[in-house]
Design a protein around this ligand. Structure first.
Ligand code: PMP
Ligand code: GLN
Length: 388
């Protein structure tokens, strides 16, 4: 009988799909999947529409991405991080960061290699490593401040370790690693000759005095680091699935070789629009941060008033809250309880931990605040039912 491959046996339905479905069925306010509930800036939508309507951009884009978008990605890296990216051979445009990470794993690691993953992790990393024939090796972040123990990181390295996937600002904890932490990680990567896949999709989503330190910007790290970015986050256009990977030509060649046989090329009109969007003035990026800082505050106040224990995230658009005061069961059960009692859907972070470390999720649940202010206030009011 024809059956699915063993490779995909361990993969269930993603938690995002599952919670979206539940929210839809119950009519709950959905603070689960990290997707804005507003439209991208009008001028970017107009640029996409124009590109499709005026012609010339409705057939395959160049495989590695349009020249204009690759140049815009390189310009952005120079403008904000003083990184010198070669704008053609140093950039590959991918179908979102999701494909960028997969292409990097496939293009930069060999079967049997170990890849270090910081736990909790974005849920696609481990399936990516497994599909590439690699072995994930886990190093935990320690709550409540979500710090990395550098001795634990060092101890996780073996002669088979090839790479590390490092995400900052971090989904789901909201941690932004400090320069000192990044430097310590960099020392370990250099000592053991590791490749870094730097998932920096939330690079502009920072609060208070948090600063984004790209791994590629640290001394000695550029040659061993590929950086993954996403237009979905930056321009509230997650549905367009435009992302990129940039780095040294040698490594980007590996990523590009994998990319050409995954998607070959990415949606062409979106690339035209995102190329223009990346050239928006600094005021756009500042306004974007200010908008999110206000949303963070609304949800944080709402969660605290409802009796959750949580801290203000330093970056990204999630709050990982502890519900231990309300419920003692595991996150997957609580997610359903939360919908039933408050009409608010959130993501149980169990999928962000390996099966063997599932207990590390404790009594936490992730709320996304990339939602309209009124909806966040409404959700906050409903969450108070937990405290009643
Ligand atoms: N990395 C992280 C840390 C994410 O949170 C996400 C999705 N929000 C992605 C990668 C995937 O990004 P994209 O939607 O561009 O594929
Ligand atoms: N990155 C988004 C999140 O963490 C969703 C991505 C997805 O649905 N795969 O919520």
């Amino acid at each position: 009988m024809a059956v699915a491959a063993r490779r995909v046996d361990p993969f269930g339905t993603t938690i995002f799909t599952e919670i979206n479905q539940l929210a839809l069925e119950t009519g709950a306010i959905n603070l689960g999947q990290g997707k804005p509930d507003w439209e991208p800036p009008a001028e970017i939508v107009e640029a996409l529409t124009r590109a499709a309507r005026d012609g010339g951009h409705n057939q395959y884009a160049p495989g590695p991405g349009t020249v204009a978008l690759r140049r815009a990605v390189a310009d952005h890296a120079r403008r904000f991080y003083d990184l010198a990216i070669e704008p053609t051979a140093g950039v590959v445009i991918t179908a979102g960061a999701t494909e960028g990470i997969f292409a990097a794993v496939l293009g930069l690691t060999d079967p049997g290699d170990e890849v270090i993953v910081i736990e909790p992790f974005y849920d696609s990393y481990v399936p990516n490593i497994l599909m590439a024939g690699g072995m994930p090796v886990y190093v935990p972040l320690h709550g409540p401040d979500w710090t990395l123990d550098m001795d634990e990181l060092r101890a996780a390295v073996t002669p088979r370790t090839r790479a590390i996937i490092l995400n900052t600002p971090h989904n789901p904890t909201g941690r932004v690693f400090t320069r000192a932490e990044m430097e310590e990680i960099a020392v370990i990567c250099q000592e053991f000759d590791l490749t870094v896949i730097a998932d920096e999709v939330y690079d502009h989503l920072l609060y208070d005095d948090a600063r984004h330190i790209p791994m590629a910007s640290l001394p000695g790290m550029f040659a061993r680091t590929v950086t993954v970015g996403s237009a979905g986050k930056l321009f509230s256009a997650t549905g367009w699935k435009v992302g990129w990977v940039h780095g040294p030509e040698e490594l980007i060649a590996g990523v590009g070789r994998a990319h050409q046989f995954i998607t070959f090329a990415v949606h062409h009109p979106s690339q035209v629009a995102i190329a223009a969007a990346l050239e928006l003035p600094d005021s756009y990026f500042i306004g974007y941060q200010t908008m999110y800082a206000a949303k963070r505050q609304i949800l944080l106040d709402g969660l605290l008033a409802a009796g959750f224990t949580c801290q203000a995230p330093q970056g990204a658009y999630y709050i990982l809250a502890d519900y231990g005061q309300h419920f003692s069961g595991p996150p997957n059960t609580f997610a359903r309880e939360l919908i039933a009692r408050t009409g608010v859907a959130a993501i149980p972070p169990t999928a962000f931990y390996s099966a063997e470390h599932a207990a590390l999720a404790g009594t936490t649940i992730r709320f996304a605040f990339c939602k309209g202010d009124d909806l966040l206030r409404q959700a906050s009011a409903q969450l108070r039912r937990m405290a009643e």
